[in-house]
Design a protein around this ligand. Structure first.
Ligand code: GDP
Ligand code: CA
Length: 334
């Protein structure tokens, strides 16, 4: 079976690692191929290095090198380079860059500088993290740089800052007036992105941030149309439980675009292509969608088994929604 997922960083990566676990534990599904379309709107250039936070979180999580407690960055990390930069007074200092993590940014920047596309570079990074052996393909949403900027107003006046500055330095505490995906007007989907949606048996939306992760990917020209036209069922998982994001500031992002911070509000952003929507059991009674099936499930990925059960539930719902039911077009290893 071919599964395609759109993903941000931590929420998406934990869900997709769990999906891979679920597939491997299920003999009929173990041969399935997973293609992940990663958000690159968080990307930023720091100290001359190209940093792709969501792609890196996906690589480290699926590759077994992530700092589990944090959900991003490398385990057993040190920060000697950053301390040295600080000693020189180099800025910014609000974005944590560990020494091992810097290795990724250095080699990525070197390969990009040699003329390789972000798709090619990401594939080379993914090899080191063993993704091909897991039948996982990680694609950036676009090879052209797109950066999410946040328009805000505070004591320093009305201005636009990079998404990372709003999220990390300001902790999303200054209300965002709007988001701007700078570069999107010139962006095209990366090679393989639209095909991955069109040829999928199932499309999954992990519980990623609906505005600055999934929302940015949906803004890449052609992606939304491909989802609308896809014969495959599209099933998503709510990142909100009882109106509260499990982590991060998705509520502040939703407020900025005038969408209520509920599982129903998030589903409304996907209503033109969504077929199935998993919400928490406490929300199940209150969410009614005109054209998607809603099911209540435990949504907290408290440990890896709970996450695998959640991923399994999303896949099961998608298989039920497939024309012809649970019969697979190509089960097993092919
Ligand atoms: P980011 O790029 O690191 O912010 O990560 P994502 O965009 O992929 O995911 C962020 C979203 O994941 C947040 O809105 C969280 O509410 C959601 N999230 C994190 N952990 C869980 C969980 O255990 N269950 C659910 N349902 N959502 C989660
Ligand atoms: Ca992110």
């Amino acid at each position: 079976m071919r599964i395609t997922a759109l993903s941000g960083g931590v929420g998406g990566a934990r869900f997709l690692r769990a999906l891979r676990t679920h597939l491997d534990r299920t003999p009929a599904l173990a041969g399935s191929e997973l293609t992940i379309i990663g958000n690159t709107g968080d990307d930023i250039t720091l100290f001359g290095l190209r940093v792709c936070p969501d792609l890196d979180t996906l690589l480290y999580t699926l590759g077994g090198g992530v700092h589990e407690g944090q959900g991003w960055g490398r385990e057993e990390e040190s920060h000697r380079v950053q301390a040295e930069l600080a000693a020189y007074g180099a800025v910014p200092q609000w974005f944590a860059l560990g020494d091992l993590d810097l290795g990724t940014h250095i080699v990525r920047s070197q390969w990009l500088g040699q003329g390789h596309s972000l798709t090619e570079v990401t594939a080379r990074l993914a090899e080191r993290w063993g993704l091909p052996e897991q039948r996982v393909t990680l694609l950036p949403m676009s090879d052209s740089p797109v950066e999410t900027h946040v328009v805000l107003e505070d004591a320093e006046g009305r201005r636009a800052v990079h998404f990372q500055e709003w999220w990390v330095r300001l902790q999303a505490a200054v209300p965002a007036q709007r988001f701007q995906a700078v570069g999107m007007d010139r962006a095209t989907p990366a090679p393989g992105v639209l095909d991955a949606i069109r040829t999928a048996d199932v499309v999954l939306l992990p519980p990623s941030n609906p505005v600055v992760s999934i929302g940015i990917i949906l803004g890449v020209p052609g992606v939304r149309d491909a989802l609308r036209g896809s014969a495959a069922p599209v099933v998503g998982v709510s990142p909100l439980i009882g109106g509260i994001p499990v982590r991060g500031h998705a509520d502040a992002c939703l407020a900025a675009i005038g969408v209520e911070s509920t599982a129903a509000g998030v589903a409304g952003l996907y209503e033109d292509f969504l077929d199935g929507w998993l919400v928490s059991e406490q929300d199940a009674a209150s969410v009614r969608l005109p054209r998607a099936r809603v099911e209540g499930r435990p949504l907290l990925m408290t440990d890896r088994d709970a996450a695998a059960r959640l991923a399994g539930a999303a896949l099961e719902l998608a298989l039920e929604l497939r024309p012809g039911g649970v019969e697979l077009r190509s089960a097993g290893r092919d």
